[in-house]
Design a protein around this ligand. Sequence first.
Ligand SMILES: NC(=O)c1ccc[n+]([C@@H]2O[C@H](COP(=O)([O-])OP(=O)(O)OC[C@H]3O[C@@H](n4cnc5c(N)ncnc54)[C@H](O)[C@@H]3O)[C@@H](O)[C@H]2O)c1
Length: 301
Amino acid sequence: MPKPRIAVIGAGLMGHGIAQVFGLAGHDVAITDADAPTLASARDRIIANLRDLGDDVTAAERVRTCAGLAEAVADADFIVEAVREDLGVKQKLFAEIERAARPDAILASNTSVIPITAIMGGLAHRARALGTHWWNPPYLVPLVEVIATEWTAPAAIDFVMKLHADIGKTPVHVKKDVPGFVGNRLQHALWREAISLVEHGICDAETVDTVIKAAFGRRLAVLGPLENADLVGTDLTLAIHRTVLPAIDARPGPSPYLENLVTQGKLGMKSGEGFRTWTPQQQAELRARVLRHLKAARGSG
Ligand SMILES: NC(=O)c1ccc[n+]([C@@H]2O[C@H](COP(=O)([O-])OP(=O)(O)OC[C@H]3O[C@@H](n4cnc5c(N)ncnc54)[C@H](O)[C@@H]3O)[C@@H](O)[C@H]2O)c1
């Protein structure tokens, strides 16, 4: 059986990395982008990543750049978009894809938070549409959330789960199309409490990060919260929740502390200050530290 042919729409941060992973796994990949310079640099960026990771740089030869959408999707079995996070842009794009793609091609969005139902609702054939939510960088973070809508055919989910397992990713099936899917719901539940602790003067931002990195963050990559609850006992977990949950932030919207930072122009690293202040050197060191850690974790299962 030949490997499914892949089309990636959008060659930005996520798109070129997704194309790289499929190419390295032996798939023929067509990639396109509305911005000509971004498309022109896609293969060089893939080659640079492959070289940095010690992977086979000839994998980039399986990634074909296409100037137009129709050419990119024409013979694809699986089409994934990683364009700008904008509902209108994605809806329009999938209408175009549906016109140009084969009727049996499977269509996926890599949106971070937009419900797949909203993106795919206008399609004529919604049974073949779903979400595949990768994490950045796509070639180092294993998870891909495969999100079904109420219309998605079970066969499409099975195909996409197997496709991503076969290229070495860790696909998980998200059965309902809820905002934030699974990963970003969990991540932002933690961020809400992290911000609340600072807002209420319980500790400063650096302390929040130190507590996580030096304590349960050390275990999180090998011990999920529900494994951990079983490890300590559901009875102990219940006792802890009776005491702690009433004190934890349960506000339904963003923190006013966060709103104030944004209003004041404290946008994080891009403005030099957010919850903390950042020199260019500190920013570079942090980025290098994260990359080193993810590379070391790669392949460690
Ligand atoms: N950056 C992340 O950490 C991350 C993680 C997971 C998911 N995502 C999601 O992936 C998607 C892409 O994010 P990114 O960070 O790669 O963005 P990006 O800005 O780096 O890349 C988006 C690319 O899409 C192109 N584009 C825009 N409209 C287009 C169109 N109609 N046709 C073809 N190309 C078009 C742009 O020219 C750009 O190169 C977004 O939906 C984002 O939410 C991002």
